[in-house]
Design a protein around this ligand. Sequence first.
Ligand code: KIV
Length: 257
Amino acid sequence: MIRLKDLHALKAAGEKMVCLTAYDATQSYWAAQNEVEILLVGDSLGMVVQGHDTTLPVSMDEMIYHTQMVQRRNHQAWCMVDMPFMSDATLETGVHNAGRLMKEGGANMVKLEGRTEFHRQLVSALSEQGIPVCAHLGLLPQSVHKTGYRMVGKDAAEAEHLLADAQRFEAAGADMLLLECVSPSIAKVITEALTIPVIGIGAGPDTDAQVLVWHDVMGLTIGGAPSFSRNFLADTGSVGSAIQAYVKAVKTGDFPE
Ligand code: KIV
């Protein structure tokens, strides 16, 4: 079973790590069997599983339900689970709901979106309760109605803010950082500046780990996958080989380009 300390050791050794979303027992079984180190029960399930336009409608009970399924067949990978929209609106509800994901779902770590002082306080509060936390910066899908979907950190001022935010989250007790749709140059700077592992999606090749959405990897995404993603099933022909190809591509630096 992969632990947090193993992931920190892989970063220290400069070895790339692989993360894949999973929403049910079959997906987690195939991912963990094929050397995926981190499973993400993402609230992207609201879009790719439930068919919503955004991640906002996903509830706590649904996240717990999907995490239980994922953990039933995962005997290997580290399991990170999203705090759904508004489940962390106050410190009290945030701590309570993170506890539910760990106790009822069987999560190993929670992930929360947000870049403010409030989110850092929540990271510290969770850390004090012994709950590992991944901070999610860059594009924040739960804030889509305020910010839209766009690449973050392209101009110098925004890049500087992002680096400062990342360092503050590490200081607040975050055990991992996820950067979504972040300019590759600042993603590289942040990865080198932090001691905790940094996972990227649409953030270039230099983060410690890469994450993709299962449906994008398998070419199943309705309406097409984002341009930074790759369909690994197209050239391999089976789910197991597609995951192996994804793992190999990340480990050797072939993905992302
Ligand atoms: O919900 C999710 O799947 C995510 C990834 C896109 C990083 O947060």
